[in-house]
Design a protein around this ligand. Structure first.
Ligand SMILES: NC(=O)c1ccc[n+]([C@@H]2O[C@H](COP(=O)([O-])OP(=O)(O)OC[C@H]3O[C@@H](n4cnc5c(N)ncnc54)[C@H](O)[C@@H]3O)[C@@H](O)[C@H]2O)c1
Length: 423
């Protein structure tokens, strides 16, 4: 079987995609890039351990400009979450297919650039919103497509992650890190994404809310609200409630979908500890009644050992299958990714406007794009131009330097290195 030659940018989360390649039948890892050299040293050891033979063929880069010249079919972007779109555009223009980690872009200008690059180059763009492929939301989508749930009328999605215990590992104590600077509504697609993937409808308007800044975020040095909430209306009139954040007391990944003919709900973490369990009520055979089950399908066994409830397998598998010519491969394409993202970005605009309802632009329409192609509004001063937003709607909290010093020391003590931002 032909294998897709993959290069991975980013050696943190990127390890997941590398491991996929090292054990898969449709992908081969040929290049890796990270400008933080100590990570590359760790990677070399990992790759040799996972697949000694394939590891011999991997080239390691610290410079993206050198990496992009490598002979490869596709690039997986696992670099900083707010820098994906410019790299995706660049890679596609260099003739590579792209799979982008979350998030797809950080302002509406980048959304327009990304969509137009996909259309102009004809390259495959897949958005790696892995939560769509967790067992329960994946089964909900299957039931919806089978007609068992009827018309989707309402859904709820939660991605709550108390990141305080791991903040040193994921920010290295750097005040500039995107996880410290992002707004509370930015990291939105783990909660919104699966609902949109299941409903298959475009979001048309949204209202956003921020939970008040809390002591946990102050201890972490995260500037955004601990929990963001978005109430989204879809084109068919369905309403979605999305809740997500890095600063709640505890964790929850949970989805519930109400259709005209049934309701499907994943297990509450507090009761069943599982996104792999579904509670279903519907009228249709063979599911009639009120049942609880662990959904499986033909790829479940292959996905079983992958991270995030197996979902990390599907993003890479479908991306590679699509490149290899399977038109039906279930990727999240650039338009669907845009739907998931814009709902969060406009929810934050709503927070900045006293929770007013915001219309979400339809960037599938070329006629709508001109209005947005210079809209650089974001919380990151490196990308915002003269449209800088605060990270928290009421204005950025003051964080003393000692907070970041604490996390920096903690990371340096555990990793044995003191990391600076750019290399
Ligand atoms: N889908 C999921 O479940 C999931 C889980 C964790 C992280 N992520 C995503 O993965 C991405 C990476 O997150 P992370 O946890 O590894 O943390 P991170 O964002 O700190 O890591 C990014 C890595 O990329 C490297 N990098 C960034 N820009 C680079 C460039 N231009 N050239 C070379 N190297 C560069 C950095 O040195 C760093 O090692 C983010 O987009 C994040 O949202 C997704």
């Amino acid at each position: 079987m032909k294998k897709v030659k993959i290069g991975v940018l980013g050696a943190g989360r990127g390890k997941t995609m590398m491991k996929y390649c090292l054990h898969s039948q449709n992908a081969e890892l040929v290049a890796v890039c990270d400008f933080y050299e100590p990570f590359l040293e760790d990677l070399k050891k990992m790759n040799e351990k996972e697949n000694e033979e394939m590891a011999k063929g991997i080239t390691y880069y610290t410079d993206f400009e050198e990496f992009i010249k490598h002979d490869m079919d596709a690039v997986v972007l696992a670099n900083f979450a707010n820098e994906h779109a410019p790299y995706a555009v660049r890679c596609m223009k260099e003739g590579k297919h792209v799979m982008s980690e979350v998030l797809a872009f950080q302002n509406v200008k980048e959304a327009v650039d990304l969509i137009e690059a996909v259309e102009e180059t004809g390259k495959i763009y897949a958005y790696a919103e892995n939560y769509c492929y967790m067992p329960a939301p994946r089964e909900m989508r299957r039931l919806k497509l089978e007609g068992k749930l009827g018309k989707i009328e309402y859904a709820e999605g939660e991605y709550l992650h108390n990141c305080e215990p791991i903040w040193d590992r994921i920010t290295y104590g750097l005040p500039e890190h995107w996880r410290n600077k992002m707004s509370g509504l930015y990291y939105c697609t783990h909660s919104i994404g699966p609902m949109i993937h299941i409903a298959g409808e475009r979001p048309v308007k949204v209202s956003g809310f921020e939970v008040a800044y809390n002591d946990r975020c102050a201890r972490m040095g995260a500037l955004g609200s601990p929990i963001g909430l978005a109430i989204i209306t879809l084109e068919n009139g369905a309403v979605l409630k999305s809740v997500h954040g890095v600063g709640p007391y505890t964790n929850s990944v949970w989805y519930s979908v109400y259709g005209s003919d049934g309701r499907a709900e994943s297990a509450r973490e507090a009761t069943d500890k599982g996104i792999d369990t579904l509670y279903l009520m519907c009228d249709d055979a063979p599911y009639e009644g009120n049942i609880k089950y662990r959904p499986t399908e033909k790829l479940s066994a292959k996905a079983a050992s992958a991270g995030h409830g197996g979902s990390d397998f599907y993003t890479m598998y479908f991306f590679c299958e699509k490149i290899l010519g399977d038109e039906e491969a279930e990727i999240v394409d650039v338009y669907e990714a845009t739907d998931m993202m814009l709902a969060g970005l406009f929810a934050y605009r709503s927070c900045l406007n006293n929770n007013a309802s915001m219309e979400i632009p339809n960037l599938r329409l070329k006629s709508e794009r001109d209005k947005w192609r210079n809209d650089t509004a974001t919380w990151d001063e490196n990308f915002a131009g003269d449209m800088l937003q605060p990270s928290y709607s009421e204005s950025n909290p003051e964080v003393p330097d000692e907070v970041y010093e604490y996390w920096r020391k903690k990371w340096a003590d555990s990793y044995g290195q003191d990391r600076k931002y750019r290399y």
